[in-house]
Structure formats: structure tokens, C-alpha cells
Design a binder for this molecule. Structure first.
Ligand SMILES: Cc1cc2nc3c(=O)[nH]c(=O)nc-3n(C[C@H](O)[C@H](O)[C@H](O)COP(=O)(O)OP(=O)(O)OC[C@H]3O[C@@H](n4cnc5c(N)ncnc54)[C@H](O)[C@@H]3O)c2cc1C
Length: 578
């Protein structure tokens, strides 16, 4: 490559690093990505994509291509002593385009992300290993913080030292970078060995239900896949069991016969694995210019399928925040990465940890209590209402994050648009510049969005915001949406706020091409206005759809100052072939 040097280096092109890379390129910031493997991952480790991760993949333009080959999972059941204790039906989550989980083997997700990265102009330098990392702290003479990485390329055989302003460490559970910057990995390892087999399961029903058979000797979990099934078990580790060799089909069949409902035959296995599971979270996700994400900072048990999902959400969060900082936002925005993603990781790890402990209960009294609690949770519907939103990771609360704030006049914003929470959906009638019939559909391209609500005064505010964004050269990353009330009040623009805009309501041609869209709310959006009904209000929705800031007309300029203020970073030019 020649020309400008990418401001971000990503080490590790697993699902976390690939997601971060796609978001950065999509938001106008090129990055360099290296991985020591020869190509995208081929081990079908993570299988289940939940709604939160699917929304992130949708915003980077990958979810639709996954959906065509995915298997929507119908539910999960829990069995003990051959009896069905509990069931949770999937697919009922509201306020999202992804109401239930999809089964997609991890290599399919990784290949789709890699293909998208290539479309966006990025690439992965395979067979390139990071071997050393040094952080240069900001100097007294004003030199900026930076990080120097040594890269060894198997293909070229050479070693290279690069210095970058930002390093993303998405280098997996044994992260060399985490160790190099002195961040410990805290938590515990379960004293059980886990065995996995992916193959064909003769005798299994057609229903796409995940079954958990909980026996005194251990658990059997059966997960339907698009082309077969996964079975997995926990077993007593042998003394000092550090074995990693894959289990035989015979051993997996014996356990299936002992723990399963009977009549099932595993054959044609294409992947088997033996491993230990951990519940760990690093105490810090950042060391100056080094930001750590995915398995590098959290290790989950397989229960609930949260590792891959949490990593994709980390990659998404880090990607848009780094892109914003490179494009002029206050670098303090990056403090919110750890502030938001660490609690989310702690919650996901704790959730898997609790489920795994529940599987492993041995005493008859504890098992009796567990079985009855499961029965009760299922019968009352609590299992679906509580457990599924937790697994989907859509209900995250970032209200304490340093990246969210209320500005002048925020009281006018409807209460349903809660600071630090994902914006609820609202039905829209597109008027101009958008075809979206709902707010979430309008947000699905993962841009920073300014939602400005009200009649003609709000139109003037929207025109002012659009002009500011155009002047700064940031229209590729920022959308302005003027949301009109169902019946906009007639009349001229009020005297408050910036200069009035052309009367776009009566002349839609005027604003075409100005970089902003107009929609009308259908019914009363967001449960009605906040304090001071009728006043215009403004909300900044981050690329992840979370309410980052709220204001009235007077706070609009302060709100605009929170957005990226620089044009896209120039991309390196591929070297000419001779
Ligand atoms: C057996 C098994 C079963 C699993 N089952 C599930 C499941 O059912 N559900 C679920 O959600 N999750 C599951 N997981 C976890 C899931 O696979 C991980 O959470 C996910 O892969 C994390 O993605 P990542 O990108 O953070 O890390 P990884 O996928 O580990 O990617 C890290 C990348 O960094 C590269 N790398 C490492 N060091 C360097 C270096 N020094 N230089 C260059 N490149 C480097 C590696 O080659 C790799 O490509 C399972 C994991 C295992 C091991």
C-alpha cells in the first residue's frame, strides 16, 4: 500500500476484529488488519447469533446474506429424568428486526464479514503475526501517545515494525497483546472437560429446538444446525486432564445413549473438539492507545452461546467510536468503550457461568430445587420474559456511560427516548429522502443520526444541522431526519433557534440532495412529547441506535459538536502491480 497510513491497526481477524474493521471502513476510516492464520476461520465454534449481534451485523451489511443459509431456532427445552421440565419459545422479541436467534456456524459469519470488508475496500493480511507490542506514552514535549507493533509475515518472511495511533487487540483468548500491556485475565476455569461433536443425527425430530438433557452424570445439549446437529457434553476430567485430542464418534455416541432420550445415532461428524470452559473478564479493556475486545478480554462457557455474540458487539462499539475519534470527536469518547462493554461482558459471562453451574449440580436436594424452579419459571412465562432479553443483549443500559449527555432543553424530548438506551421503534411515513417506514429501518445503515422533531421550526433546525454537516464534510457518516408530527401546524418558522429554512414542507424539491430526510410520524411516536408539548426537540442517535444526547432547539449546536467533524480519512492506495 502507498499513500496515507491507516490510523488503526487490528490484530486478529476473528469475528470481533472483522466486525470492527467493517465498521471503521464503512464510517470512512481505513484500517490495517493482520492475522496469523492463512484465511478466515474454519472451526464451527460459535453457532448461535442472538438479536443484539444480528443488529450489529445488519448495520455493517452482513445480516441479510447470513439469513439466507441460517436456521431460525424455535426454542429451548430442559429435560431431567426423561421428563420435559421447561420450555422457552424463541422469536417473540419485539422492537427488533431480529425477534429470535439464528443458527449460523461461525465460519459462515467470518466469511461473510471478510467478504464485506473486501467490498468496503479493506483487506486482511493473512499469515502475519504480531510478535511484540510497545506503548509509547504521551511525552512531556507534547508527543502523542502511540503504539509500536512488530509484525512477522510468513508469506514474505520479513519482519516489520509499525507505529500507529490506535491498536485493536482482537487476538483471542490467549491474547499476546493483553499479556504485553500487563492486563490480567481474572476468573475461573470449570473443573469439567467439555466434548463437542457436529454431524448428522439420525432419529432427531425436525423441530429446531435446542434440547438440554440434565442428568446426574452431566449435561447433553443438542443444537439443531442448518445441515445437521451439534451434541455437547461435560465429563469428569481425568487426573491432570490437559488432553486436547478430539473425542471419537464412539465416545460421543456412548454419552448420547446414556444421557439422551434414546433412538439417536450420531454419524458423519465433521468437527469434534475437547476443551475446558472458563468464566473470565479482564479488569481493563484499554491500555492507552491499545483497545482490547472479544475473547481477548472475556471468556464464556458454551452455555447460552454468548462468546461470539459479545465479541461482535464489542467490535461494533469499538469500530464506530474509533472512527468518530479519528474523524474529530473528543478522544475521551473511547473511555466509554470499557465503561459500556465491560459491564455487558461481565453480565454475559455471569449468565453463562450461572447456567453452567446449574447443569453441574450434583446433590439430589439441589437438583430437586433446580428442577422445580425451572418448572415454575417455565409455567409462569418468566423464563421467556427474563432469560431471552438477557441472551439477546438488546436491553443494555448505558445511562451511566461518559458518552451520553443531556443538553439545553432536553426536557422537551419524549420520556420513551431514554438517555443511554436503545431508541424504541416508531412507525413513519416517508416524505422525502428516505423510504423507511420505521425509525429502526431508517437507522439500519449504522450512521450517526440527528432526529429533529416538530413543525416548521424543526424544519429550520434540520436545515441548519444539514448545512453544518455539509460544511464539515461529514455527510457520509451523519444523517439528519426531520420528523414531522402527524399534522404539522401551519405557519412560518418561529424566531427561536437558527435562521429559518426554506419552507420544505410545501416544496419538497428544495431539500432534495441537501443530505437530510423528512418523515411524518404515524400515530403518536414515542408515547407523546416530554415537557413543553409542541416545542421542537432534537435527539442524537449513535450508530448503534442508542440515545447519546437530547436537547431542545437551543441545545442543537452543542449537540452537533458531539458528532464527527472531519471528512473521511484518506484511504491508502493499493500499490500498482508491475
Ligand atoms: C470449542 C469452542 C466452542 C465454542 N462454542 C461457542 C458457542 O456455541 N457460542 C458462542 O457464542 N461462542 C462459542 N465459542 C466462542 C467463540 O468461538 C469465540 O467467542 C469467538 O471466536 C471470539 O471471537 P474473537 O474474534 O474475539 O476471537 P477469535 O475467534 O479467537 O479470533 C482471534 C484471531 O486472532 C488471531 N491471532 C491471535 N494472536 C495473534 C497474533 N499474535 N498475531 C496475529 N493474529 C493473531 C487468531 O489467529 C484468530 O484468527 C466457542 C469456542 C470454542 C473454543
Amino acid at each position: 500500500m502507498t499513500g496515507p497510513i491507516p490510523p488503526v491497526l487490528i490484530v486478529g481477524a476473528g469475528p470481533t476484529g472483522l466486525t470492527a474493521a467493517c465498521v471503521l471502513w464503512d464510517l470512512g476510516v481505513p484500517c490495517r488488519v493482520v492475522d496469523r492464520r492463512p484465511g478466515p476461520g474454519i472451526a464451527p465454534k460459535g453457532l448461535v447469533l442472538w438479536s443484539g449481534a444480528l443488529e450489529c451485523l445488519d448495520r455493517v451489511g452482513v445480516a441479510a446474506r447470513l439469513a439466507s443459509s441460517a436456521l431460525p431456532l424455535a426454542g429451548a427445552s430442559y429435560w431431567s429424568k426423561g421428563r420435559r421440565l421447561a420450555v422457552a419459545r424463541f422469536g417473540g422479541l419485539t422492537g427488533t428486526a431480529f425477534p429470535g436467534p439464528l443458527c449460523v456456524p461461525q465460519p459462515v459469519t467470518e466469511r461473510a464479514l471478510h467478504a464485506r470488508l473486501t467490498e468496503l475496500g479493506g483487506t486482511v493480511e493473512w499469515e502475519t503475526e504480531a510478535t511484540a507490542v510497545t506503548v509509547e506514552r504521551a511525552g512531556a514535549s507534547g508527543t502523542a501517545e502511540s503504539v509500536t507493533v512488530t509484525l512477522r509475515s510468513a508469506a514474505g518472511g520479513g519482519e516489520e515494525t509499525v507505529t500507529v495511533p490506535w491498536l485493536v487487540a482482537s487476538d483471542g483468548a490467549r491474547s499476546m497483546i493483553r499479556d504485553s500491556v500487563g492486563i490480567p485475565f481474572e476468573g475461573h476455569t470449570f473443573d469439567r472437560t467439555f466434548l463437542i461433536g457436529d454431524g448428522l443425527l439420525a432419529g432427531a425430530g425436525a423441530e429446531a429446538e435446542v434440547q438440554h438433557h440434565i442428568t446426574p452424570d452431566g449435561v447433553l445439549v443438542i443444537v439443531p444446525q442448518p445441515d445437521g446437529h451439534r451434541v455437547f457434553f461435560d465429563i469428569e476430567p481425568e487426573d491432570g486432564d490437559d488432553r486436547t485430542e478430539a473425542p471419537s464418534e464412539e465416545l460421543l455416541q456412548r454419552l448420547l445413549d446414556e444421557r439422551g432420550p434414546g433412538g439417536l445415532r450420531l454419524h458423519g461428524t465433521w468437527w469434534t473438539s475437547r476443551f475446558r470452559v472458563h468464566a473470565k473478564v479482564a479488569p481493563r479493556f484499554r491500555a492507552g492507545p491499545v483497545l482490547l475486545a472479544g475473547d481477548a478480554v472475556h471468556a464464556h462457557t458454551t452455555a447460552g452461546g454468548q462468546g461470539l455474540n459479545t465479541g461482535i458487539q464489542d467490535g461494533y462499539d469499538l469500530g464506530w467510536k474509533l472512527a468518530s475519534v479519528v474523524r474529530g470527536c473528543d478522544p475521551a469518547l473511547l473511555d466509554s468503550f470499557e465503561a459500556e462493554r465491560r459491564p455487558a461482558s461481565v453480565r454475559a459471562v455471569a449468565n453463562g457461568d450461572q447456567q453452567t453451574r446449574m447443569w453441574l449440580l450434583r446433590s439430589p436436594a439441589a437438583r430437586f430445587v433446580r428442577d422445580n424452579v425451572m418448572r415454575l419459571l417455565s409455567a409462569t412465562g418468566l423464563l421467556e420474559r427474563k432469560a431471552l432479553p438477557l441472551l439477546a443483549q438488546l436491553d443494555l443500559d448505558h445511562s451511566a456511560s461518559p458518552a451520553v449527555t443531556d443538553l439545553d432543553g432536553a426536557r422537551a424530548v419524549p420520556r420513551a427516548l431514554r438517555l443511554g438506551r436503545r431508541a424504541p421503534d416508531a412507525a413513519l411515513t416517508p416524505v422525502q429522502g428516505t423510504t423507511a417506514r420505521s425509525l429502526h429501518a431508517h437507522l439500519s445503515d449504522g450512521r450517526h443520526t440527528l432526529l429533529i422533531h416538530g413543525d416548521h421550526t424543526a424544519g429550520a433546525l434540520a436545515a441548519h444541522a444539514a448545512a453544518t454537516v455539509r460544511t464539515r464534510g461529514t455527510a457520509d457518516a451523519i444523517r439528519i431526519l426531520w420528523l414531522q408530527p402527524t399534522d404539522p401546524a401551519p405557519g412560518p418558522a418561529s424566531t427561536s433557534g437558527p435562521a429559518p429554512a426554506p419552507d420544505v414542507a410545501s416544496d419538497p424539491a428544495v431539500h432534495r440532495g441537501l443530505g437530510w430526510a423528512v418523515a411524518r410520524e404515524r400515530g403518536v411516536a414515542f408515547g407523546g412529547a416530554g415537557a413543553g408539548a409542541g416545542l421542537p426537540w432534537c435527539v442524537y442517535l449513535r450508530p448503534d441506535g442508542v440515545v447519546a444526547a437530547r436537547s431542545g432547539a437551543a441545545g442543537l449546536d452543542a449537540l452537533l459538536d458531539l458528532l464527527p467533524s472531519r471528512p473521511p480519512h484518506p484511504a491508502p492506495v493499493p500499490a500498482a502491480r508491475s
